[in-house]
Design a protein around this ligand. Structure first.
Ligand code: URA
Length: 238
């Protein structure tokens, strides 16, 4: 009988699957997820792990946020643009059209501003604070500061966790009241619950959502499961 232990399992080749959207099928037509690669799943595995320290949580959640912002920008319109290259040739490409801005839903959404700034230099960013009204238990607007010309911009709305969807829906109401057209808003989040995402997409059928991952559901405390816990605490507290 050999005393040697079994060799370690070989690394698995990177594969595509639809694990990031399997809890909501079919997806509402306005909801998009990231291409589900092993790389992406590895990033999510790190940020979900309760043993991950704050430094790694920051680093890896920022990597996901950059991917989400890039995917959000893919949904903005472009116009034809022709340039001359250093070789003296002409290149017929496209250019961005229209101004954008970010709006973060405080406080967790603020954590996504760095990722947005890394992708969109000198982008204007507004803020919205929504909290539960103690009397009515409904989400209530406490504070908003938006760019004065927001109605002329495309808006990337930022909130990492879409649980019941109450705060995100209230934030969209604030943007609509400020004159932003629904179809000019792109909502970006790292993890959605299927119930929150369904309610949100039904309420705002012209608004696009980039959901990095759609989890199983909500627990009795309205936390997303399996989720990653409280995003703000993971991000801001050691
Ligand atoms: N907000 C969080 O930070 N986590 C959840 O699971 C739900 C809402």
């Amino acid at each position: 009988m050999s005393s040697s232990s079994a060799p370690p399992a070989p690394p698995q080749p990177a594969q595509q699957s639809n694990a990031n959207s399997m809890h909501l099928s079919p997806l509402p037509p306005t909801v998009f997820t990231l291409p589900q690669t092993a790389q992406l799943e590895a990033l999510y595995t790190i940020i979900r792990d309760k043993e991950t320290n704050r430094g790694d949580f920051l680093f890896y959640s920022d990597r996901i946020i950059r991917l989400l912002v890039e995917e959000g920008l893919n949904h903005l319109p472009v116009v034809p643009r022709t340039v001359k290259t250093p070789t003296g040739n002409t290149y017929e490409g496209v250019g961005f059209v229209g101004k954008i801005c970010g709006v973060s839903i405080l406080r967790a959404g603020e954590a996504m501003e760095v990722g947005l700034r890394e992708v969109c230099r000198s982008v204007r960013i507004g803020k919205i604070l929504i909290q539960r009204d103690e009397e009515t238990a409904q989400p209530k607007l406490f504070f908003s500061k938006l760019p004065s010309d927001i109605a002329e911009r495309y808006v990337l709305l930022l909130d990492p966790m879409l649980a019941t969807g109450g705060s995100a829906m209230k934030a969209v109401e604030v943007l609509l009241e400020a004159g932003v057209a629904e179809e000019r808003i792109i909502f970006i989040n790292l993890i959605s619950s299927p119930e929150g995402l369904t309610a949100f997409a039904e309420r705002f059928p012209k608004l696009k959502v980039i959901a990095g991952w759609i989890d199983e559901g909500l627990n009795e405390k309205a936390y997303i499961v399996p989720g990653l816990g409280d995003f703000g605490e993971r991000r801001y507290c050691e």
